[in-house]
Design a protein around this ligand. Structure first.
Ligand code: SF4
Length: 338
């Protein structure tokens, strides 16, 4: 049913791709508290991927194609689609250009048939500009300022809780539900960091359930969220040049902290093809890792053509190599003790 002001709740769609893996809880909670009926496109599926790949620009990165597919999946089910324009989420940094253009991409996907709700969040312009953007968003649903503020406070609280659960070792789905069915890190002998953008780590379809597979191979997984923030920050301060992109800072900080402090036995850096920011961070991390005599690092570049067989073979070979290395270290220690 199409929305008629004042007669029914507006049905707002949230595409389950890209930054949904970071802010989905925040957006959903805020819109619901304002009285909207929220419909999410759900987890990525083969048909979502195929429709995104067939319609999006060919040179887009995999997550943008997937996002396109999520928008198409919502197109005929909702009154409007929520696609905020996140310009900067931390002072002095920017998001990648492809993320900046998401509302325009969504408009092209729905061919202007339904509105795209696209508040602009830009930390370069100061907090006040962001408050105003959020307030204007709230005004689309209610004229009661108290309701908007309450919705914002509630949503922010739930968002913080979601992020906190990720730091404790829950994966995205468990963190959303607030249920610790299984933790990624349970004190197993071999520990691997899986680092990358949230959508490159937590989307079970595009990552071919990498986190679950590692768990079933008896491996503990450490994500960037689980690496203490202070450690990540210290690593960034050591770099000769500041990293310009917000989320790449988190990725580089986590990889370098894992390397320097030997937090893990190996690192898998999940990259989507063709991601410019990730390829620069990859070179930087590989160089630093080498300089520090760090831990084995496997950069896995995925796109829509990545086959499950080849992907799994690389993971298994990497895990085998780490077990062998670990065994050698144990034998060396035992020999020294004798
Ligand atoms: S950061 Fe990389 S993977 Fe993410 S949207 Fe930008 S280009 Fe795509």
């Amino acid at each position: 049913m199409r929305y008629v002001w004042g007669w029914s709740a507006m049905i707002v769609g949230i595409p389950g791709g890209l930054l949904y893996y970071r802010y989905g809880k925040l957006w959903n909670s805020f819109l619901q508290a304002l009285g909207a009926e929220v419909v999410e496109s759900g987890e990525t599926t083969r048909s979502i991927l195929n429709s995104g790949v067939s319609k999006a620009e060919n040179e887009s990165c995999l997550p943008v194609k997937v996002f396109y597919g999520h928008v198409l999946a919502l197109r005929d089910k909702v009154d409007a689609i929520f696609v905020p324009r996140l310009v900067s989420v931390r002072k002095g940094t920017h998001t990648c250009p492809k993320m900046l253009g998401l509302p325009d991409l969504a408009r092209a996907a729905v061919e202007d048939r339904i509105p795209i709700i696209a508040p602009t969040i830009n930390f370069q312009e100061g907090m006040w500009a962001n408050y105003k953007a959020v307030y204007s968003l709230g005004r689309l649903f209610t004229h009661n300022p108290v309701r908007i503020i309450r919705a914002g406070v509630k949503a922010w609280r739930e968002h913080r809780l979601y992020l906190e659960r990720l730091t404790l070792g829950l994966d995205h789905r468990s963190a959303l539900r607030g249920e610790a069915e299984s933790l990624l890190c349970e004190g197993r002998e071999l520990r691997i960091a899986v680092i990358g953008h949230h959508y490159n780590v937590y989307d079970t379809f595009t990552t071919m359930s990498l986190l679950d597979r590692l768990s079933s191979m008896g491996v503990d997984v450490v994500t960037a969220d689980m690496v203490p923030e202070e450690m990540r920050r210290q690593e960034l301060k050591r770099l000769p040049k500041e990293i310009y992109w917000s989320y790449e800072q988190e990725i580089a900080g986590a990889i370098l902290a894992c390397t320097r402090h030997r937090l893990v036995d190996g690192i898998i850096f999940m990259i989507s093809f063709p991601c410019g920011p990730d390829s620069i961070v990859r070179v930087l991390c590989e160089q630093e890792n080498k300089r520090l005599g760090g831990v084995p690092l496997l950069a896995l570049v995925i796109d829509e053509h990545t086959g499950e067989g080849g992907f799994l073979t690389r993971i298994e070979a990497f895990v085998d190599m780490l077990w062998r290395k670990k065994g050698e270290r144990v034998r060396e220690r035992e020999a020294v003790a004798v």
